[in-house]
Design a protein around this ligand. Structure first.
Ligand code: ATP
Ligand code: MG
Length: 436
């Protein structure tokens, strides 16, 4: 029989790694709460039209990366429809914003999500077919301040705080303005004109993009095309006064709150809905897939989906890549022991009942210590002492021996594996002793 394995581009996350995932997610939730964001959970699949219209037919995502299928009707009354596993979450959030008429509150909606996304990409380090994103959106009617450059700065400052709080050092913020729906067409026309005489010398991918979506040529990673790309017109020269002033205000606000950044006039990002501010946080540790997160404004997206005017700004952070960065840092610091899949994190204590008659007493002691907030592993009275020590040494920082004597006297024998020190500790002091 052939062994079944996780599908290419998907993977299992096992302890102790999931511990790190939980910690990162908890930190994100805590930071978002401080900025008064609430959580939104949208479905994992949506009508294909949502992404075709929202993300854009000509983007890599929609043209080649989506998992789409024709969903059969189950009854006469139902219609077959084309469905797609979500490749990103902003379109879903904006659909929900429109569907639930959140704009009618007149307030800004500040929503975050944590969940899997799906794209049929070539799997490699930091690139999977099912991957996770943590993202957030600030969206609302213009009267609520949704267009203000202050929103952009607030989101970017929140991201800087989040990365700092997660202990990610060495990130860089790169940003650009891609203009509004009124000044972008002029730029795209200029790009087309500049590309026409040179595109034949470019890679096949870029030749196609020059035709279908010239903006995409700018974020090409093809080194052979660098020289030509350098000569193309810059979007900064095509921004109208309102877009220029907006971008200047974002930069001034970042300066004021001390968030470091660089402006990259070539940053356009891979989704068609972006307007004005676009940004990326990168990290050198990640190699070719160096974008930790990306985002930007999408002032026309709601209207594109048939909704009211609802400017917004958001970002999506690749959780897989964030975890990779943290793991690299940890590996470098060589602080953690080599983590082996299937071996849990070191517990604070391993309780070893000396004889099966002490199993229930050990269970009760474990309960007490766990309620006191400790991470406890429980052995078994059927284990011989030597075996208890061997397993305890693998699973915990200390072993607690619970024999007849200890049970009677209430004084436990505790051995700390790191120091080799063995001490007698009264039961009432045990939790405190194991904590330190
Ligand atoms: P990239 O240029 O790396 O393909 P992207 O522009 O497609 O990224 P977005 O669609 O903006 O990325 O998604 C935001 C973030 O989600 C990225 O910065 C990245 O961290 C993460 N991400 C995107 N695609 C994948 C993937 N296939 N596997 C893992 N993480 C991903
Ligand atoms: Mg991509």
């Amino acid at each position: 029989m052939t062994l079944l394995k996780a599908v290419r581009g998907t993977r299992d996350l096992l302890p102790p790694e999931t511990e790190l995932w939980n910690r990162v997610e908890a930190t994100a939730r805590r930071v978002f709460a401080r900025y008064n964001f609430g959580e939104i959970r949208t479905p994992l699949f949506e009508d294909t039209q949502l992404f075709a219209r929202g993300v854009g037919e000509e983007t890599d995502i929609v043209s080649k990366e989506m998992y789409t299928w024709e969903d059969r009707a189950r009854a006469q009354s139902e219609k077959a429809q084309s469905l797609t596993l979500r490749p990103e979450n902003t379109a879903g959030v904006v659909r929900a914003y429109i569907e639930h008429k959140l704009g009618e509150t007149g307030l800004l909606q500040k929503l975050y999500y944590i969940g899997p996304q799906f794209r049929r990409e070539r799997p490699q380090k930091g690139r999977y077919r099912q991957f996770w994103q943590i993202g957030a959106e600030v969206i609302g009617p213009p009267s609520a301040g949704s267009e203000s450059p202050l929103r952009d700065a607030e989101v970017l400052e929140m991201l800087a705080s989040l990365l700092d709080e997660l202990g990610i050092t060495g990130w860089s913020l790169v940003l650009n303005s891609v203009g509004s729906s009124s000044d972008r067409p002029r730029y795209i026309a200029a790009l087309r004109e500049a590309l026409a005489p040179v595109k034949d010398q470019m890679s096949a991918d870029n030749q196609r993009r020059a035709e279908t979506n010239p903006l995409r040529v700018l974020d090409s990673k093809d080194p052979g095309d660098e020289a030509i790309i350098e000569t193309l017109p810059k979007i900064a020269d095509y921004l109208d006064d309102a877009s220029k002033a907006h971008f200047a205000a974002v930069l001034a606000a970042l300066d004021a709150c001390g968030v470091p950044y660089t402006v990259n006039p070539r940053l356009v990002r891979g989704l068609d809905y972006y307007t004005r501010t676009t940004f990326e946080f990168t990290h050198g540790e990640l190699g070719a897939q160096n974008a930790l997160l990306g985002g930007g404004r999408y002032d026309g997206l709601s209207e594109m989906l048939g909704g009211p005017k609802a400017p917004g700004i958001g970002f999506a952070m690749g959780l897989d890549r964030l975890i990779l960065t943290l793991q690299e840092a940890e590996r470098k610091a060589a602080a953690a022991q080599a983590a082996v899949a299937g071996v849990p994190l070191l517990a604070d204590g391993f309780i070893a009942p000396l004889g099966e008659g002490l199993n229930t007493a050990a269970l009760e002691m474990a309960k007490e210590l766990r309620r006191a907030g400790l991470r406890i592993e429980l052995g078994d009275g059927a284990f011989r002492l030597k075996k208890s020590f061997e397993i305890g040494n693998k699973l915990a920082r200390a072993i607690v021996l619970l024999g007849e004597d200890e049970q009677r006297s209430g004084i436990l024998t505790v051995k700390n594996f790191a120091t080799g020190e063995q001490t007698k500790i009264p039961r009432g002091d045990l939790a405190q002793a194991l904590k330190t």
